[in-house]
Each structure stands twice: as structure tokens, then as C-alpha cells.
Write a protein that binds this ligand. Structure first.
Ligand code: GLA
Length: 397
């Protein structure tokens, strides 16, 4: 039995014990790993990412009254609220992702009855693998089925994003939700956040991704993220006022533009802008390399991406830098970088599949030598996106 199947069975058992009924609907959403294109999504740029083999199951059954009972299945904490008008919670902040999604779905069709719901997953929290997006997407799919709401994948991604903005206070882009929804086995997800075109790109089966979780979560991460976004917007406004063509977002600024103008900008804004501009170009080169099966070249782009995070965007941290610098000298490693928002969380390492076990052990040792404790490592598998699980009949009520 697979580990995920086990998580689902545990959830269904806990659900029945707690609510004295079976779950009518179960949805599953994977976490994601970002491979290239850091902080490009809200700059209308490109990303390469993947849905992964860890995620969240969300189980729900209708109630006859108007109460929503929502339980976090790992800690068995419960919140009760009115599903027709969910409000952000100050103390049980985990519930805000679900409440925010419900608020978005209510705009399409108001919740007409209550529900019992519980969720459980195997994504490490705060590891930069988008456990919050997995919760938004799995709950969104389950509620859409429960209330018979017709919602497209892209609409659901936006609803999840709004939950982050309005219920959790993070001004994120759409990368996490899109990756969780559009993932495809053995492929990376190439997203264009201007046109919203999403395309699968095949990846050589002889390589694989390893995530190394530093378990570091620096304080004020959300504030840092929002600040980086603001700097990017300021930089885009500068280029819009200087270049004689329309500039809507940093997506429209090329590396040549940056080279020509950066000395006239204040140093901080210039460095912040360099990161998404360079990342966009790295995604485009990376796709070409994947198509030509140039995995060494692709790995080098990952190292360059990390260096730009470290120097320009300053969204790395010493623990991530230790892993990425260490990885450069480990045989079998092709590339490594931070993945996701940054300021802690995980590094993603690209390695030849035949070497991945030794790469994993070596990196854990490198980390332990410096910090006295090993980092967590997991082999990632590029996986299919979110779905409602078959076989759960919706009972009348
Ligand atoms: C977080 C956000 C995403 C994206 C990445 C950085 O994961 O939720 O929208 O901006 O950071 O690329």
C-alpha cells in the first residue's frame, strides 16, 4: 500500500470516529516544487514547477443544519463557523485557507447547508512545498463537488490565491495553486502568468529531484515576501517611466534593459529587479535545454538561480546556502537552488537518479557537520495534479 493511500485511510477512519458518519467526498491536492522562475509569477513571468508525490486529502460530508465543522486531522483541532459567511480566524490560522476558499466559492454560489470536514496530509509544514495551496485546492475541489459549483482549474487557482491575500495576508502569485492543479506525471509544468497558458514539459527519466528541508522558518517571512513584491512593482514603474515602450510588469523588461539602466536606479531596487528579470530568461533557456536533453546546462541554470536569490533578491538564508554550495561538489548533482518564497524552507537538488541515494546522504552529512542536525531529505516524483477521488458517493441531504 502506498504511503498516500495510507494517509487517506487514516483520514477516513478519523473522520468516521469523529463525526459518526462516512466521508461523502474526498479530494486530493499535491504540494509543488518550484524548479526555475523564482518570484516571477506576480511579475507576469514564467515558471517551471512540478506537482509532487506528497499532498493533502480533504474529506467532507453534508450536514442538515447550517454549521460548518472543520477539523485539522493531524492535531484534531476543530473550528465551527457559518459556511455562508466565513470570517478569518485570529487563533486557528490554519482554518483561514479553507475559509478563504469557501468565501471565494460563495461568490459563485452561496453555501446552502453545513458540513463536516477533516483534512490530513504528508507535506511538511513551512518547508516551501506549498502545504497551504494543497489545502486550498483540495478543499476547493471538495466544496465544489459538495455544493455542485462549476469551477475551472484556473478559477480555483485564483480563489486559492485570494484566500492567501485576504484571509492569510500573503500577496502571493498563482504558482503554487497552478502547479498543484495542473501537475502531470513525469513532466514539469511550464506556466506563463501573463497569458495563463500552462504546458507540460517532459523531463529526462534518468534525473530526479531531491528536496532538502532545512526546517528553518525565519520570522517575518510573509512581510519579507510582500516587501519583495512591492520592490518589483517599484522597479517596473521605474522602467515604465524610462523605456520608450509599454512596460506593464517586470516581464516586459529584458536583461539588456537592466544592464543599460541599473546604474541609474537605486542599488536595492536594481538588485531586486535583476532577479525576476534573470529568472524569466532562465526559464526560457531551461525549456530549450530540457527539449535538447541538456541536463548539465539545466542544472547550471538552477545554480545561477540560487546565486541570484542570494545576492540580488536576498531571499536565501545561510542554511540554504550551505546546502546549495555543498551540492556543487557532490558527484551526481546537476543543480540546486532554493524553491518557493525563500527565507528558509527547502532546497531542491537535481541529480542523476542512479546517484540520488548517495547525494541525499552526503547532503544530510554536510548539513549536520555545520548545524549539528541533519536536514530532512525526500525524493520527489513529478506527479499528476489535484483531483476528486473516485468512489465516494454523495448521500442525499
Ligand atoms: C511562494 C508564492 C508563489 C511564488 C513563490 C516564489 O511560493 O506563494 O506565488 O511567488 O513563492 O516564486
Amino acid at each position: 500500500m502506498s504511503v498516500m493511500q495510507n494517509v487517506k485511510d487514516v483520514l477516513l477512519r478519523k473522520f468516521k470516529e469523529k463525526f459518526a458518519m462516512d466521508a461523502a467526498i474526498v479530494a486530493y491536492a499535491p504540494g509543488r516544487v518550484e524548479i526555475l522562475g523564482n518570484h516571477t509569477d506576480y511579475n507576469e513571468g514564467y515558471t517551471l514547477s512540478s506537482a509532487i508525490n506528497f499532498g493533502t486529502y480533504f474529506a467532507v460530508s453534508p450536514r442538515e443544519d447550517n454549521e460548518a465543522h472543520l477539523i485539522a486531522g493531524d492535531v484534531m483541532q476543530e473550528v465551527v463557523f457559518d459556511p455562508a459567511s466565513p470570517e478569518p480566524s485570529q487563533d486557528r490560522v490554519w482554518s483561514n485557507y479553507v475559509k478563504g476558499v469557501l468565501a471565494g466559492l460563495n461568490e459563485k454560489k452561496k453555501a446552502t447547508h453545513g458540513f463536516n470536514a477533516m483534512f490530513l496530509g504528508d507535506l511538511p509544514l513551512g518547508a516551501g512545498l506549498s502545504s497551504s495551496a494543497a489545502l486550498e485546492v483540495s478543499s476547493g475541489l471538495a466544496f465544489a463537488k459538495l455544493y455542485d459549483i462549476d469551477v475551472s482549474k484556473m478559477e480555483l487557482a485564483r480563489i486559492g490565491q485570494r484566500a492567501e491575500h485576504e484571509f492569510a495576508g500573503v500577496k502571493c502569485g498563482l504558482l503554487d495553486q497552478v502547479s498543484s492543479l495542473f501537475g502531470q506525471k513525469d513532466h514539469l509544468v511550464w506556466s506563463d502568468f501573463r497569458t495563463y497558458e500552462i504546458n507540460p514539459v517532459q523531463i529526462n527519466p534518468d534525473v530526479c529531484f531531491l528536496m532538502c528541508d532545512t526546517k528553518v522558518k525565519h520570522a517575518l517571512v510573509d512581510g519579507e515576501y510582500n516587501e519583495r513584491r512591492r520592490h518589483c512593482e517599484e522597479a517596473a514603474a521605474y522602467f515604465a517611466s524610462t523605456l520608450d515602450r509599454p512596460i506593464k510588469a517586470l516581464r516586459d523588461v529584458t536583461w539588456e534593459d537592466w544592464l543599460e539602466h541599473h546604474q541609474k536606479m537605486d542599488d536595492l531596487t536594481a538588485r531586486r529587479a535583476a532577479h525576476p528579470i534573470g529568472e524569466n530568461e532562465r526559464v526560457i533557456s531551461g525549456i530549450e535545454m530540457l527539449r535538447n536533453n541538456d541536463m548539465e546546462g539545466f542544472g547550471r541554470l538552477m545554480f545561477e538561480s540560487h546565486e541570484s536569490s542570494r545576492v540580488n533578491f536576498e531571499n536565501s538564508c545561510p542554511e540554504l546556502d550551505t546546502l546549495v554550495a555543498g551540492a556543487q561538489a557532490v558527484p551526481g548533482v546537476l543543480g540546486a537552488r532554493l524553491s518557493g518564497g525563500g527565507f528558509g524552507g527547502s532546497a531542491v537538488v537535481l541529480a542523476w537518479r542512479r546517484d540520488v541515494e548517495t547525494v541525499s546522504t552526503t547532503l544530510r552529512n554536510i548539513y549536520a557537520n555545520k548545524y549539528g542536525e541533519r536536514c530532512d531529505t525526500r525524493i520527489l516524483v513529478c506527479s499528476d495534479g489535484a483531483r476528486v477521488m473516485p468512489g465516494q458517493a454523495v448521500p442525499a441531504g
